[in-house]
Design a protein around this ligand. Structure first.
Ligand SMILES: Cc1cc2nc3c(=O)[nH]c(=O)nc-3n(C[C@H](O)[C@H](O)[C@H](O)COP(=O)(O)O)c2cc1C
Length: 196
């Protein structure tokens, strides 16, 4: 490598990342937001971490309920990922505005997205501030998945479904066509509101 910088601004070298939709519910209010910063932390017990800014309405709901869900959407629903990441739950009900279909959770009181090919129900075991984000650690108490897209060894069948691969700065990798695609979050907010 021929370049080094100690002036750390925005850095995207850890992308592409699978962008997910984190959902939470408190006091009868559901919300959803796009999250690119998330990671498995332990398999026994099964722990999953999501890095969420405390400014997000989703953080407020998850902190109050101590529960959240991580929803993995197929590449064909990149619009929903972008729209939930380009809108604020404090200002609108994203579920009704974007016609987001829900299905029942089994253990935690969290919204599970019908369009997801997999989803984790999580019960919060830790919530800690790191700089400008909070790391919410949840124990996965139930896993939902679409059986037809999972191979015998448990891995994703990419011939059937592609994950939403985010490169940062509104750029997504279209895994089916293997090409770069710009998906503007503000545009998706408007389009999903009128399309359905
Ligand atoms: C693809 C994508 C990934 C994002 N990843 C994160 C993330 O990891 N953490 C975070 O706090 N915000 C992230 N955001 C921004 C939030 O989704 C955005 O601020 C959203 O409006 C928050 O919604 P809420 O206030 O209704 O919770 C991301 C946005 C996009 C479009």
């Amino acid at each position: 490598m021929d370049k080094v910088s100690e002036d750390i601004g925005k850095f995207y070298h850890h992308y592409p990342r699978v962008a997910v939709v984190v959902t939470a519910r408190f006091n009868g209010r559901d919300n959803a937001m796009a999250v690119a910063w998330h990671t498995p932390l332990s398999s026994k017990p099964p722990l999953y971490g999501v890095a969420i800014s405390p400014k997000r309405f989703t953080y407020e709901l998850a902190a109050d309920s101590r529960e959240f869900a991580v929803n993995f959407l197929p590449a064909c629903r990149v619009d929903l990922v972008a729209a939930t990441g380009g809108s604020k739950g404090r200002e609108m009900d994203k579920f009704s505005a974007f016609k987001i279909a829900r299905q029942d959770s089994v253990k935690a009181a969290v919204p599970i997205l019908k369009d997801a090919y997999a989803a984790y129900e999580c019960v919060m075991v830790d919530d800690r501030l790191y700089g400008d984000h909070r790391l919410l650690v949840g124990e996965i108490v139930a896993v939902h998945y679409l059986e037809e897209v999972i191979m015998a060894d448990g891995t994703l069948d990419l011939g059937k479904v592609g994950p939403v691969l985010y490169l940062g700065n509104e750029q997504y990798l279209d895994v089916e066509e293997c090409r770069l695609r710009t998906v503007d979050r503000e545009f998706c907010v408007g389009r999903l509101k009128i399309d359905h």
